[in-house]
Design a protein. Structure first.
Length: 314
């Protein structure tokens, strides 16, 4: 009998965990004759009663496991910890807010059991709950990353997916500190079937990803899976040097013919401001790559575990 590990990162989700667990119990009960289950909850430094609830669930059900971080390390760290701890033949990653429909798990399991696919992933056909600017920038991000990266990024892709042990091992073999899971899932390859669904409202609470966190996450994805921005910066430098050379010739000729070396200073100020902005922009691009390299060379752990279900005392 195959075993499915359900990896669930949590950050301040005391209101969502009980409802999520009850819904998942219905699915696991329905599928209990076909496969075994384990839950791997990851408490990402929550400030509410998330850890207390996970302790309670672990005491009630020996198939519930949890990992609690020493502080908040981010969702990427939570997913990595859950994948590393999972012992199942198939591993799924899910959000605890019930925006990922648990009932799709049975269809995903059937897909992998057919032997044709190594992964069954989900993507949303709508962006319910997204603000206007978030919708626009999300659309722009997938458009840009699709053009500059060799790794395919599927628009609307969710973290909810069921993967074979072989695929998960391939993902875990990449030990990079700066992780962008959606890109890693695509980078390792393997045959993937996509399931479309309409995203619903959160069961409780609010999203922990605000606009700036999502913007930083988008930059993370671009830097992690494309060097095109560096090429762009170099190309801008070449173009501006060529334009500067042309302008020097124009100014010299203009001065010799009309004798007007002083006129045009407002336009000169505008040009200098423009060039300074371009220089700072390109320096920022290079600095972003250097910063990621700097963090990688430190070899710091992606997360630090403070407590697991093994530390529970009767």
């Amino acid at each position: 009998m195959k075993k499915i590990s359900i990896v669930v990162p949590c950050y301040n989700e005391e209101d969502s965990i009980p409802a999520f667990y009850e819904e998942m119990k219905k699915i696991t009960f329905k599928m209990q004759d076909r496969c075994d289950f384990e839950f791997v909850f990851v408490n990402d430094g929550s400030k509410d009663k998330t850890l207390e609830i996970l302790r309670k669930l672990a005491r009630m059900n020996d198939k519930v496991r949890y990992i609690s971080f020493s502080r908040n390390f981010g969702k990427e760290a939570g997913m990595l910890a859950g994948l590393e701890a999972a012992t199942g033949d198939y591993i799924t990653t899910m959000d605890v807010d019930l925006q990922d429909p648990p009932e799709l798990l049975e269809e995903m399991f059937d897909t992998l059991e057919s032997g044709e696919y190594d992964c069954c992933a989900t993507k949303s056909t709508n962006r319910k709950g997204y603000g206007f600017f978030r919708k626009i920038f999300t659309k722009w991000f997938y458009s840009i990353i699709g053009k500059i990266s060799k790794t395919e990024m599927v628009p609307g892709a969710r973290d909810f997916r069921l993967m074979t042990r072989q695929m998960v091992d391939a993902i875990l073999s990449m030990k990079e500190y700066n992780r962008y899971s959606k890109g890693l899932f695509s980078f390792v390859g393997f045959n993937t079937k996509w399931i479309d669904f309409e995203i619903t409202d959160r069961h409780a609470g609010v999203s922990k990803f605000n606009f700036w966190k999502l913007f930083s996450y988008a930059i993370e994805g671009i830097v992690a899976f494309s060097t095109t921005p560096l090429v762009f910066a170099a190309l801008m430098g070449v173009i501006l040097c060529f334009l500067a050379f042309i302008m020097i010739i124009v100014i010299v000729v203009k001065t010799l013919v009309w004798g007007d070396p002083v006129g045009g200073w407002p336009s000169m100020i505008c040009i200098m401001s423009f060039l300074s902005g371009i220089q700072l922009f390109c320096t920022g691009i290079i600095g972003e790559y250097l910063a990621k390299t700097y963090l990688e060379t430190k070899h710091r752990p992606v997360y630090i575990v403070k407590e697991t279900e093994k530390d529970l005392k009767d």
